[in-house]
Ligand binder design. Structure first.
Ligand SMILES: [Zn+2]
Ligand SMILES: [Zn+2]
Length: 271
């Protein structure tokens, strides 16, 4: 079985050698981003990352429509796999059912409950270090988009995996449960502190929208927007063109933007 998988992977690798794409089916494609990092992009623009260490591997987020996700990840890495959800939105935990256990921050437990996951839920906390062998990921909590949004920091490679904590161009802050903008501003400043300490690349939760690592300029703009909204300065805001409304979000979401960076928020619940 393993041999067949391996031959399949080799064939796929040769076929896509020039594009760095190592796997593709009708629902998703997988490309190499770094020497031991792969990005999984789904047709509906959700994103996962696979990071392979010497001893074990990590899958960050699980996307939406991805049949046999466990087997597909098995084509990329055969090391013992740890599955981490950056937060408990459906487009990040959509396929946790393929895995026996997951890791998440407990502050997103309420969101996770609506999913009715049958496997084991383990918790990650600020300061936890995940040692993959040769690669170390540090956990930090960045409340805003959700109460339990975490990021994973690889200091050696200067990378942060941020899920939706700072958006992928725009961050959605109009969702329930609602987090005050002033608290999100604190998270943004904390992210800038990481960047001052050497982190240069932000791999976000919806990579197909940006097709690159977000940088410090992005974070500076995002932080400035968060500060303005935290102070309830909404000058220049417009109705959000395509933000989710209803059950999860605000009735009349607004958007404050600067160039290609934006915050979508609920004018009834800024703070
Ligand atoms: Zn989200
Ligand atoms: Zn998302």
């Amino acid at each position: 079985m393993k041999k067949i998988k391996l031959i399949g992977l080799l064939w796929i690798s040769c076929f896509y050698a020039y594009s760095q794409e190592v796997f593709k089916n009708e629902e998703l494609s997988i490309s190499r981003l770094e020497k031991n990092v792969y990005v999984v992009e789904t047709s509906d623009k959700t994103t996962m990352y696979i990071i392979e260490g010497n001893h074990k591997s990590v899958l960050i987020d699980t996307g939406t429509k991805c049949r046999a996700l466990d087997s597909i990840v098995g084509l990329i890495t055969q090391k013992p796999l740890m599955v981490i959800a950056t937060h408990a939105h459906p487009d990040h935990i959509g396929n946790i059912g393929y895995f026996r256990e997951i890791y998440i921050h407990p502050a997103d437990n309420e969101l996770l409950k609506s999913y009715n996951y049958k496997g084991k839920v383990n918790y990650l906390y600020v300061g936890d270090v995940i040692d993959l062998g040769g690669t170390r990921l540090e956990v930090d909590l960045m409340p805003g988009h959700t109460p339990g949004s975490i990021i994973l920091i690889d200091r050696a490679e200067a990378i942060a995996y941020t899920g939706d904590a700072f958006g992928s161009g725009q961050v959605w802050m109009q969702l329930k449960p609602h987090i005050p903008m002033a608290m999100y501003y604190e998270s943004c400043k904390r992210m800038l502190t990481w960047m001052d300490k050497g982190i240069t690349k932000i791999y976000c939760g919806h990579y197909p929208h940006v097709k690159r690592a977000l940088d410090k300029a992005y974070m500076l703009t995002m932080t400035a927007l968060a500060r303005r909204l935290g102070e309830e300065d909404t000058e220049g805001a417009v109705p959000a063109p395509y933000a989710k409304v209803g059950a999860m979000g605000a009735t009349n979401p607004m958007m404050l933007s600067d160039g290609a960076v934006a915050i979508v928020y609920d004018p009834e619940h800024i703070n």
